[in-house]
Design a protein around this ligand. Structure first.
Ligand code: ADP
Ligand code: ZN
Ligand code: ZN
Length: 824
């Protein structure tokens, strides 16, 4: 294995530096290293360079060499970092990504560096909030900048160049940034406040057991108070705090009853901060491993010893996290770093807390709510080789120096794939490359592994471990189907709630348990149309109908964000009675309120979780029992781990199964089983009700039996038979232009060239199902190739040449070509 140190730079003659710039340039740019910098420079350092006429950028030195490129080179203007900011391995990883995902190094750099570490002429800086007016520590240049900032509050790097009256400003800026005197402008994130809940405990006179028993005498004349006291004693044995609301709910006693007991000084009220972990959770890492966990751990070690990644296929609640934790502790004890990847949204859950409880400050959480300064601090901590990280796919880009273990949790999750912009990478797959690079061990886990990973166990690239039982003998939920055509006693049929589902929701809430309802579409109604002439409101930028959002009374495009008011009448025929069709989460929530006016319902989707803390607050409210029902999109299927979810409902399985995509079945199966996994924890078997028209769909049969093996085998056969991934490599080439004829012409030419070189590996060009997106007309060409590295390489270079040729073809120069390798 290669060491990660950067190679030594040349020491004689003129030295040149190949520099990566944060731009979509095909390659690195070569600059001359002025005399005075020779000896100071290494690969991985940032330097200030000029690009185009008067733009300055912080670029990264890729390599230093003595090979004159033969054109007039510009000099490096200044050196920003004293020590390399990036390791050799990271630069290699960037190159591998650019290569594999057919994009430029600059695009990988843009994705891979926290914005604080990227500086360009347009960067705006402001005075840091902590700057204390202590100017004694500033040198003259620094003082000038700070003074200007107190007058003007923000400056661009260009302004600063003017103030200092010279070109070289980046080192001064870096010095100020490092000392937190200035900040690149950003919105400071408002901090997350833990929720407080109203709790009840014994008053000071009732602290001993004997005193508590005597309290029963005091309430003996009130049946209700006795019930409350009993319930309190019972609950307080199971958990460290008793919520006031729970107490009245479970006993049916009004709040006045509890208040009366407070007056008698039996109880007192207090506010408790609820951390997202409670006492039952605390035992998770103290308890002994179950036999299944022991076996899994042993198997993982054996697989790792043979140098392979391990895939754990374990049902939700089987205790996979505990197995990862054992391995993480081991890796860290050996002095290695760990990278634990999770889908972004699962990071808000309990897993990160669990990891931190065991690993303390050895593990850092890299999530999207961090501000830029915190990102840079994590960067530095990781570079020092000391810290491990849990984070979403972007955590891959951190400068690990001695990675010992990589964990990819929920490895099937499509959010590991970056769709837009370049690099269009899959975090799971890059993580495997990263592990390989470092010689680190790798473990992937899921209750529903992707076909890709399952196939890798088939071909013996990965070792497979199966965990079939929930930890502690907790029962898996009972899954059943409710036919969407079902009617109630009066023969009434409701478009999205079957009587079975409604009855079960009621019963669950009455037991004091919670309900999760899954509907994979947000908003109120996805189509706003005219019943007379069938005209419907379309986005002005995209080829999709606008979704009606009732709360704001607005129509919104879910592709580009375009918003408009609903029209009063049909512009085509003048009809004034326009109609809505389709169902989103907002409508489900709305209708549910009619059936269950008393229930406390909340919605979890992109619309309700936009604010920085909105998601955390919502989860906390649900967790402390301030909500009965959570209606949500696929967000609710991930990593929610609550004790009191008695029922999970899937509003429409048909909608999931009808999706026009070769992964639709796999996705539907995963979503349904994942959301089902949220039901039923410790005490009681949970229930899952799936509403469907097509009851006998084979995917539903597998979901009902929770039969992953059967599902995946059939899925594998189908994909193989129809030559889809993972049995073929897929590359999608999308051509985009604001004029349809130009997009079509570009696509036709491109298609012709590719077909000439690749024959029937090429499909298309064709118009994708959404034919226009964000004002661009789209044309797709899809390649499906035998999955051999050499073939892939050959094809990619053909694509590159065709795309270069198109960019110099008259009239088509600004047709955008977007290449997506392993598209989702
Ligand atoms: P998974 O990650 O497979 O969904 P978890 O690791 O979250 O499963 O475990 C499910 C539940 O079982 C959690 O509530 C956890 O606290 C508990 N648990 C798992 N392993 C142990 C153990 N060895 N001792 C005590 N509790 C455990
Ligand atoms: Zn749009
Ligand atoms: Zn009309």
């Amino acid at each position: 294995m290669t060491r990660s140190a950067h190679p030594d730079p040349p020491t004689t003659g003129t030295v040149f530096a190949d520099v990566v710039l944060p731009l979509a340039l095909a390659r690195t740019y070569t600059y001359r290293v002025p005399e005075e910098f020779v000896g100071q420079l290494r690969a991985g350092q940032r330097v200030e360079v000029q690009f185009s006429r008067n733009k300055h950028y912080a670029g990264i030195i890729r390599r230093l060499h003595g090979k004159d490129p033969g054109f007039k080179t510009k000099p490096i203007i200044s050196v920003i970092d004293v020590n390399p900011l990036l390791t050799e391995r990271q630069l290699e990883l960037w190159e591998w990504m650019a290569d594999y995902y057919c994009c430029t190094l600059g695009e990988v750099m843009t994705a891979g560096l926290p914005s604080h570490l990227k500086m360009a002429s347009e960067t705006i800086i402001t005075l840091g909030p902590m700057f204390s007016d202590d100017i004694t520590e500033l040198n003259e240049d620094e003082y000038l900048i700070v003074e200007a900032l107190t007058l003007q509050s923000e400056l661009s790097l260009k302004d600063i160049r003017d103030i200092l009256q010279r070109k070289t400003v980046y080192p001064v800026i870096r010095g100020l940034l490092d000392r937190h005197v200035i900040f690149p402008k950003e919105e400071f994130s408002d901090r997350y406040k833990p929720l407080e809940v109203k709790c009840v405990r014994f008053g000071p006179k009732y602290r001993t057991e004997a005193e508590q028993i005597s309290a029963f005498d005091l309430v003996s004349r009130s049946e209700k108070q006795t019930a409350v006291l009993l319930e309190y004693m019972d609950t307080s044995r199971k958990q460290p705090y008793v919520r006031r609301a729970d107490l009245s709910k479970r006993t049916g006693a009004s709040d006045a009853v509890i208040k009366a007991m407070v007056k008698k000084e039996i109880f007192e009220f207090y506010d408790r901060e609820i951390s997202r972990i409670d006492a039952t959770e605390a035992s998770a890492e103290a308890g002994a491993l179950s036999r299944e966990q022991e076996e899994a751990l042993g198997d993982v070690r054996r697989i790792h010893a043979s140098g392979k990644p391990a895939l754990i296929n374990g049902v939700t609640g089987s205790g996979k996290t505990r197995v990862y934790l054992e391995l993480m502790e081991e890796a860290i004890a050996k002095g290695g770093q760990v990278l634990y990847l999770l889908p972004e949204i699962a990071l808000t859950g309990q897993i990160t807390k669990r990891l931190q409880r065991v690993l303390g400050d050895k593990i850092l959480v890299y999530h999207s709510r961090l501000n830029n300064m915190e990102r840079v601090e994590i960067w530095k901590a990781v570079l020092s080789g000391e810290k491990s990280v849990v984070g979403p796919r972007s955590a891959l880009f951190l400068p690990f120096t001695n990675l010992g273990l990589v964990v990819v949790d929920e490895e099937h999750d499509p959010s590991y794939k970056q769709h837009d912009p370049n690099p269009r990478y899959n975090g799971r797959d890059v993580a495997m490359y990263l592990a390989h690079q470092h010689g680190a061990q790798a473990i992937l886990g899921s209750a529903t592994p992707s076909l890709e990973s399952w196939e890798n166990t088939r071909s013996d690239k990965y070792g497979l471990i199966v965990m079939r039982e929930r930890y502690g003998g907790v029962a898996l939920p009972e899954i059943s189907i409710a036919n969407s055509r079902e009617t109630d006693e009066k023969g009434m049929h409701h478009p999205f709630f079957t009587p079975t589902l409604i009855d079960n929701i009621r019963a669950t809430i009455e037991r004091g348990e919670q309900v999760i309802l899954f509907q994979n579409r947000r908003g109120f109604a996805p189509v706003y149309f005219c019943p007379t002439c069938e005209w419907s409101v379309q986005c002005v930028n995209c080829d999709v109908s606008l979704t009606y959002h009732k709360y704001q009374h607005r129509l919104r495009c879910h592709c580009c964000g375009y918003v408009t008011s609903p029209p009063e009448q049909c512009p085509a025929c003048g009809e004034v009675q326009l109609k809505l069709s389709g169902t989103g989460t907002e409508k489900i929530e709305d209708e549910l309120k009619i059936f269950l006016p008393e229930a406390r319902i909340a919605r979890m989707d992109l619309d309700t979780t936009r604010g920085k803390n909105a998601l955390g607050k919502l989860l906390q409210q649900f967790e402390v029992g301030e909500l009965d029902i959570l209606v949500g999109t696929q967000m609710v299927t991930k990593g929610l781990d609550f004790d009191r979810v008695g029922l999970v409902g899937v509003i429409s399985a048909d909608q999931l199964l009808r999706f026009p995509d070769f992964r639709a079945d796999e996705r539907a199966f995963q979503l349904m089983l994942q959301v089902a996994g949220r039901a039923g924890r410790r005490e009681r078997q949970g229930k899952v009700i799936i509403q469907a028209h097509e009851e006998s769909h084979p995917v539903l049969t597998d979901v009902l039996a929770a039969d992953y093996d059967n599902f995946i085998q059939r899925e594998a056969d189908n994909r193989r038979a129809h030559a889809f991934p993972p049995y073929r490599k897929m590359i999608r080439i999308q051509l985009r232009h604001t004029r349809r004829p130009t997009a079509e012409e570009g696509a036709k030419l491109m298609g012709k060239w590719l077909t000439y070189a690749l024959g029937d590996l090429v499909e298309g060009p064709f118009e994708p199902s959404i034919a226009r997106l964000r004002t661009y007309y789209l044309q797709d060409i899809v390649l499906r190739l035998p999955p051999h590295p050499a073939e892939l390489k050959r094809v990619k270079s053909i694509i590159q040449r065709a795309s270069d040729k198109l960019s110099t073809t008259k009239g088509l120069t600004n047709v955008r070509v977007v290449v997506d390798v392993d598209p989702y």
